[in-house]
Design a protein around this ligand. Structure first.
Ligand SMILES: [Cu+2]
Length: 651
């Protein structure tokens, strides 16, 4: 009997063969559940897709305006002639052809606001709601629309369905790294369901903070959010940098992001270097076809597939006690997807390229290098990755790396110089991060690197002769703009990352320290402890009491990393000396950061391992107006506020 897999392999080898489903309905059902062996997916048979610029609906004198929806569609993620994959993605409602995974890139300029109406259009052709593509655990502290207005944003109930919650799906978009006001930040409890014909009448259609933020936005703009949507405005009053946007709904961000909706938001202008100094261009609105791009965003993600080409994410893990039945503590996909395609190829000329590297994985850490051999380990880097920027903008100086470490949600703005590579050479972007939870250390010494035949590979470069002169400045000669450091801090906060057994499973929790300096874990719903005063600068000392590295993300701010190590006084590496919105907190270390809070209101800080974030590893971050009551602030032992000393300015 010919198996479906053999059929798939045959059709892949034969080019444009038509895919014939194997067997009848029963066969299909079995095949749907069967995972696809990622080792059978041919690599480097498709070109890298470069997301185009998001079309605007208006570019008036005041701001750029967009109407961007999330929709469900099928896309070729596996190689041609393999099955297409049902995904979600964003696009402009005025341009139906713009929908994609990843989404088109929002091109913004410093000082020029962008207003986006985000629309939840997860409905089918009849206007009925679409259920989630992936299992959703309704027992976590999550959006919980079935709870109605009284029970939303709380723990829900599981009826035993192996796919969990099958109702309409909440959405709310967060611009990651954006200096956004609270009503535009994509607060996890500001979600909204799609407008659908069949919404159950007893469901909550919006999260518990939606109405408040809708009022605030209307006060400021005179514009009221329509049902099934939210309009956010981004002031773009921060340094030029590489941001990204993705869903942030309470307790189901991991599935919502895994299903596909994510895109880049490139903020240019401001302190950017003059045109032509760095490699370019990157896609712009209204580009003619066949433009050659030398500034390329790379969204790197891991995904698993079924034999039918659908996304695969772990389901029922446990069915006893008070263990969340469908939640998994971490996820490692079996295939690498770059800009929405498995293992693509990029033909590069003998010149310099700028790559905006983004780790968009749920839990996977990437250790990236450019090597001549795809599978040799340890990888032997043959070209440096010159880091020119981090999350929040350009670094003080360009830093050559043999290997770049990229935790989930982090960005590295990089230059790779192919000028001296002979035409015809093939090089590989390889990954030596682990196929499991990351605890730091060196690949091949402290942990096994990712499977060199699958997740250990990312992208192939094929070098060709240059078609024209490269006017960009070699990275070793770049002079990057200088920036002042944040001023002295008014407060030091001692915080913790903790492991706790909850029911039958181990979960990770943020928290403060108790009077003896031990971690005191707190959940999303516990009293708010992180309440900086508006206009204050604070040092946060985050003690990691777990065995794992956690990427800690603060909303609103781009912070400085002051130190790491046992005491938090070890100077950060040169790649960490710019501004960050997500910092890696290593096991048993103190990660010291400094942030300035200049927007009032309700925000969050959380671990960006999405499985952790969704199961309580998130806490409120509320910025109080000056003179407001800071009740419940347990950030320092015994409530005492330690004055900032000059030593915290070091680094
Ligand atoms: Cu975590």
């Amino acid at each position: 009997m010919v198996t479906r897999r053999q059929l798939l392999a045959a059709s892949a080898a034969g080019g444009a063969a038509v895919l014939v489903p194997a067997g009848g309905a029963a066969g299909r059902a079995l095949a749907a559940a069967a995972p696809l062996d990622a080792g059978e997916i041919p690599k480097y048979v498709v070109p890298l897709r470069i997301p185009p610029a998001m079309p605007a609906v208006a570019t008036g004198p005041e701001r750029d305006e967009y109407v961007i929806a999330v929709r469900q569609f099928r896309q070729q993620i596996l190689p041609p002639s393999w099955p297409r994959t049902t995904v979600w993605g964003y696009g402009s409602t005025a341009h139906p052809g713009s929908f994609g995974y990843p989404a088109p890139t929002i091109m913004a300029r410093v000082g020029r606001p962008v207003r986006v109406t985000w629309v939840n259009q997860l409905v089918d052709g009849r206007g009925d709601y679409l259920p989630h593509l992936l299992p959703v655990d309704p027992t976590l502290h999550w959006a919980n629309p079935p709870g109605g207005p009284a029970g939303r944003d709380r723990h829900g109930h599981w009826d035993g369905d192996p796919l969990g919650y099958r109702g309409p799906v909440p959405q709310v978009v967060h611009l990651h790294g954006g200096h956004s006001t609270q009503e535009s930040d994509g607060h996890s409890e500001a979600w909204y369901l799609p407008v659908a014909r069949d919404l159950p009448s007893d469901f909550a259609v919006t999260g518990s903070t939606y109405r408040e933020f809708r009022s605030r936005f209307a006060e400021g703009s005179g514009l009221r959010w329509a049902p099934g949507s939210a309009t956010f405005e981004y002031a773009n009053d921060q340094r030029s940098c590489t941001l990204w946007y993705h869903d942030h709904s309470l307790g189901l961000t991991r599935e919502n992001v895994y299903a596909g909706p994510a895109g880049f938001y490139l903020l240019g202008g401001g302190d950017d270097l003059p045109d032509g100094v760095l490699p370019g261009p990157t896609p712009a609105r209204n580009d003619p076809p066949n433009v050659r791009y030398h500034d390329i965003p790379l969204l790197i993600q891991d995904r698993s597939f079924t034999a039918d080409g659908d996304l695969l994410y772990p389901d029922a893990r446990s069915s006893h006690g008070d263990v969340p039945p469908l939640w998994t503590s971490g996820f490692s996909g079996s295939a690498i997807v770059v800009n929405g395609r498995t293992w693509p190829t990029l033909t590069v000329q003998r010149r310099r390229y700028r790559f905006r590297l983004l780790n968009g994985c749920n839990s996977r850490f990437l250790l990236l290098s450019v090597a001549a051999h795809a599978t040799a380990r340890p990888a032997r880097p043959v070209l440096p990755i010159w880091q020119i920027g981090s999350d929040g903008g350009l670094l003080p100086e360009a830093v050559p790396h043999e290997r770049v470490t990229l935790g989930p949600a982090q960005r590295v703005d990089a230059i790779v110089d192919f000028t001296d590579v002979p035409a015809g050479t093939e090089l590989y972007l390889v990954n030596e991060g682990p196929d499991r939870a990351y605890a730091g250390g060196r690949p091949g010494v402290d942990f096994d690197p990712a499977d060199p035949h699958t997740t250990g590979q990312v992208l192939r470069f094929v070098v060709t002769d240059a078609a024209g002169a490269d006017s960009s400045v070699p990275p070793e000669q770049l002079r990057l703009p200088s920036h002042s450091r944040l001023g002295p801090a008014q407060r030091v906060r001692r915080l913790s990352l903790n492991e706790r057994r909850s029911g039958g499973s181990m979960i990770m929790l943020l928290g403060v320290l108790d009077e003896r300096g031990r971690g005191l874990p707190l959940r999303w719903s516990d009293p708010v402890t992180e309440q900086p005063t508006l206009g204050d600068t604070e040092v946060w000392e985050v003690r990691n009491f777990t065995r794992h590295v956690h990427p800690v993300h603060l909303h609103q701010v781009q912070f400085e990393l002051l130190g790491r190590g046992h005491s938090g006084r070890s100077r950060p590496g040169p790649g960490d000396r710019g501004r960050l919105d997500t910092v890696l907190a290593y096991p048993w270390e103190v990660t010291r950061i400094k942030a300035h809070f200049d927007l009032p209101g309700r925000y969050a800080w959380h671990c960006h391992l999405l499985e952790h974030e969704d199961n309580e590893m998130m806490r409120p971050l509320n910025v109080l107006p000056r003179g407001g009551a800071a009740a419940g602030d347990g950030g320092s032992p015994s409530g005492a506020v330690e004055p900032e000393t000059v030593s915290t300015d070091a680094g």
